[in-house]
Design a protein around this ligand. Structure first.
Ligand code: PLP
Length: 398
């Protein structure tokens, strides 16, 4: 929160990894009179959106749209498929993985939590080893985050699918794509994921309050025998009504309008171009951070996130104070730190509706604040980002 009560001129630089800036075009699409959510106009809109969102997940199967934040879709994945006492294998990539594990506990599941150092991706070999040891097939689901938003570390979902198959284990495979969907390539069907959890306020450039479960036939089959109590999040009523273009209750109709425009915008840019843009902005950010001589939290370059970069400050410098000062000096927000690294890093979000010039503005504000806060660093970080982005643009223009 800004301590400054005076008006801050210009735009706010919202560099948190979600919610991301909502494009004017989506805001305008949502600024529309209410229509009957049981009427023909809504039905047409809903059918278009329910079809369009499949393309974003790269699936032919139905995608459930919840009027709930991403946390609700986590719950949807678990309560629709699991029964009390079921074991689930989860991986401690960071804060969000820990929260999902805690939810599993509260719901009466028995999570096996593979320990992690908050700097590395989920390890497919370790997952395979755990599954091989589970001769009685007590583990009913493997749950991983595609992109751990707390740390800026991406896991290799295709490799984890292979690991599950190599172990010959029948567990369902659940993937949280909340901070990767529509920003990092995610292939639901090709990668054999059973339930993907998605959210609106990150790559989809939407306000919070909408989330998703992309399904597989195996997940739908599991939902027929699952015994955990479920009501609001139950898939069966939703699938029945969605097939006709309606919802069992009043959905967030404005978000449905917004999502239609979000999907249009992503398709107009082309998903591959969206992914390449995120890769490029992430690489520019990392070059900038490295030129400053600061350390990136993610220790495995193959697992660098394309949607956010967590930056460690040198020992003795508080990252929360740094974020506060950057906000009051330069009207920029970063993501906070968590867990074992609380107060030690800040996260630069570079996802959603963002381009080169916007990123350079954000990195420029950051470089200024490093100087203001007296944090030991080398000059020239922004220059390194400029050089990389200019060279990249030259290559693409050639
Ligand atoms: C943002 C996020 C969540 C939480 O979503 P809410 O919309 O805040 O409930 C969960 N998982 C990941 C990976 C996220 O990035």
């Amino acid at each position: 929160m800004s301590r400054n009560t005076a008006r801050a001129a210009g735009r706010h630089f919202l560099h948190i990894p979600g919610p991301t800036p909502v494009p004017d075009r989506i805001l305008r699409a949502m600024d529309t009179p209410m229509i009957d959510h049981r009427g023909p106009e809504f039905q047409q809109l809903a059918k278009r959106v329910l079809e369009g969102i499949k393309g974003i997940f790269k699936t032919k199967n139905p995608v459930i749209i919840y009027t709930a934040t991403g946390t609700g879709a986590w719950e949807g994945a678990l309560v629709n498929t699991m029964s009390a006492g079921d074991k689930v294998l989860m991986v401690e990539t960071g804060q969000f993985a820990t929260l999902w594990k805690n939810m599993a506990l509260r719901l009466g599941l028995v999570p096996e939590f593979i320990k992690g150092d908050w700097r590395s991706p989920a390890n497919p070999a370790e997952i395979e080893e755990h599954l091989r040891k589970d001769k009685g097939h007590e583990i009913k689901a493997v749950c991983v985050l595609h992109n751990e938003t707390a740390t800026g570390v991406r896991s290799d979902i295709a490799a984890i699918r292979k690991a599950i198959d190599a172990a010959g284990h029948p567990a369902l495979f659940f993937v949280d794509t909340i901070s990767s969907l529509a920003s990092t390539d995610y292939r639901h069907d090709e990668w054999g994921v059973d339930v993907a959890v998605g959210g609106a306020q990150k790559g989809l450039m939407m306000p919070p309050g909408m989330s998703f479960n992309a399904l597989s036939d195996k997940a739908i089959a599991a939902s027929k025998t699952s015994k955990l109590p479920k009501s609001f999040f139950a898939w069966d009523d939703m699938l029945k009504l969605n097939a006709t273009g309606f919802f069992p209750y009043t959905p967030g109709t404005l978000s449905i309008h917004g999502l239609a425009t979000s999907i249009d915008m992503l398709n107009e840019e082309g998903l591959d171009n969206v992914f390449a843009r995120h890769d490029r902005l992430a690489e520019a950010t990392r070059r900038c951070v490295k030129a400053w001589g600061l350390e990136i939290l993610c220790q495995d370059p193959k697992a660098y996130s394309s949607t956010l970069t967590a930056v460690l400050l040198p020992e003795g410098h508080n990252a929360d104070a740094f974020r506060d000062q950057a906000l009051s000096n330069f009207n920029i927000s970063y993501g906070m730190s968590f867990g074992p690294f609380l107060g030690k890093y800040f996260r630069i979000g570079h996802l959603g509706d963002i381009n080169e010039a916007m990123l350079i503005g954000g990195l420029g504000a950051t470089e200024m604040q490093l100087a203001v806060s007296g944090i030991p660093h080398k000059k020239g970080g922004v220059q390194a980002a400029l050089d990389y982005l200019a060279e990249d643009a030259k290559k693409r223009a050639a």
